[in-house]
Design a protein around this ligand. Structure first.
Ligand code: NAI
Ligand code: MG
Length: 362
């Protein structure tokens, strides 16, 4: 992949997504120039509440055809609850991408960056550096179930967990592959087989089975309750953590929360086979409370672009981009940093500082 053109659909969406996206694209263009990468960008204004107000839908009917030809979707954020209800905007855009493009991996780094204060005492940059791999299509988040005898004494509500061998094995394979590619080669599996007595023992058995194909990877498993405690007490002990949809959801909020502000966290929704585009986005939403002020932290957006390059095998360029982000954060220049990091700067000052740092690489 690293020698071909990477085709990127740019979808800024709503709110601060629109404000941070230009800096994400500029940083990618800077690194492309530096490393001679061929990146092709095409912008789309759908998947936004403004589009909804004009067209009565979040996206055009042929959105899938339009986006399928791209390798990646570089996504800002969606949602403007005062304009369009969140369930309509989210289900009409982002969740359609995740489902219909079979983005079965949700990937988040959990990395304590220089210049960022961890809410955990006594941790310094380098101490926390691991990945969370979440199953993104099945598990506890199923639509199988129903309600009976509604409004009566016998009111009955059932929602089933769905674990398929295909679904479990493919997320485990991805996580093992990732662990095998890292120096520590360690995988932690989130389980709850003491309480959830059918699906979780199944998950554990598939972990054991997959482990046979990756004998170099050290495997440990913890029940989700104590695992959340370990995230806080000894986050330095993790390398790659894999979990079902629900457990991964919880861990992928807790992990990055242990490493600082939501404004810098990125995430990937990945279709590893490449049959469909993968989507890279900041973890944060559209932040209507600060939208229009130009003060949103652009680092989450920029870092999501870095993850995208890394995913497609542009390893050197991705490493340079990560170093550039780290260098700028490490200097902690309060005139440049955004308010969420205690600074007096804005989206432009921080975004341009990272861009400049990329251009100064080597
Ligand atoms: P949010 O992430 O937009 O904001 C939460 C808080 O963090 C706010 O106080 C905001 O000002 C702050 N914040 C977020 N990003 C920041 C940044 N880059 N720099 C500085 N401060 C930042 O979450 P919230 O308020 O719950 O949701 C707002 C809208 O975004 C809703 O419509 C929600 O559905 C949507 N949303 C969309 C997501 C996505 O597109 N993936 C993810 C989360 C929420
Ligand atoms: Mg969540």
């Amino acid at each position: 992949m690293a020698s071909k053109t990477l085709k990127i659909a740019v979808v800024p969406g709503d709110g601060i997504g629109v404000e941070v996206m230009p800096y994400g694209v500029r940083c990618l263009q800077a690194v492309a120039q530096k490393f001679n990468l061929s990146l092709e960008f095409e912008h789309f204004n759908f998947a936004s509440c403004d589009y909804y107000e004009k067209h009565g839908d979040m996206m055009p009917a042929d959105w899938k055809e339009k986006l399928s030809k791209f390798d990646a979707i570089y996504f800002g954020a969606v949602g403007m609850p005062d304009q369009v209800p969140d369930n309509v905007s989210l289900w009409g855009s982002l969740l359609k991408f995740r489902r219909e493009f079979d983005q079965y991996i949700n990937l988040r780094p959990c990395r304590l960056m220089p210049g960022v204060k961890s809410p955990l005492a006594g941790r310094k940059p380098g101490d926390i550096d691991f990945w969370i791999v979440r199953e993104n299509t099945e598990g506890e988040y199923s639509s199988v179930g129903g309600t009976m005898f509604e409004g009566t004494e016998r009111e009955t509500v059932i929602q089933e967990t769905i674990m398929t061998r295909v679904g479990v094995d493919r997320v485990l394979r991805y996580a093992f592959d990732l662990a095998a590619s890292r120096p520590r080669k360690k995988l932690t599996s989130a389980t709850k087989s003491n309480g959830i007595s059918i699906t979780m023992p199944y998950w554990d058995s598939r972990v054991r089975e997959m482990h046979k194909q990756f004998p170099d990877v050290a495997v440990e498993q913890y029940h989700i309750d104590i695992l959340t405690a370990h995230f806080v007490q000894r986050p330095d002990s993790f390398d790659v953590v894999v979990g079902s949809n629900l457990f991964g959801d919880i861990l992928s909020d807790l992990g990055p929360a242990c490493t600082g502000t939501i404004g810098i966290a990125p995430s990937g929704n990945i279709n590893p086979s490449g049959e469909f585009p993968s989507l890279f986005e900041p973890v944060h939403g559209s932040a209507p409370d600060i939208f229009g002020k130009g003060i949103a932290n652009p680092v989450g957006m920029i870092w999501a672009g870095q993850m995208m390059l890394h995913h497609f095998g542009f390893t050197e360029a991705a490493a340079a981009m990560l170093s550039a982000i780290e260098n700028v954060l490490a200097r902690a220049d309060l005139e440049i940093m955004t308010a969420d990091m205690g600074g007096r700067g804005n989206t432009q000052s921080l975004g341009e500082a990272v861009e400049k740092e990329i251009l100064a690489t080597k």
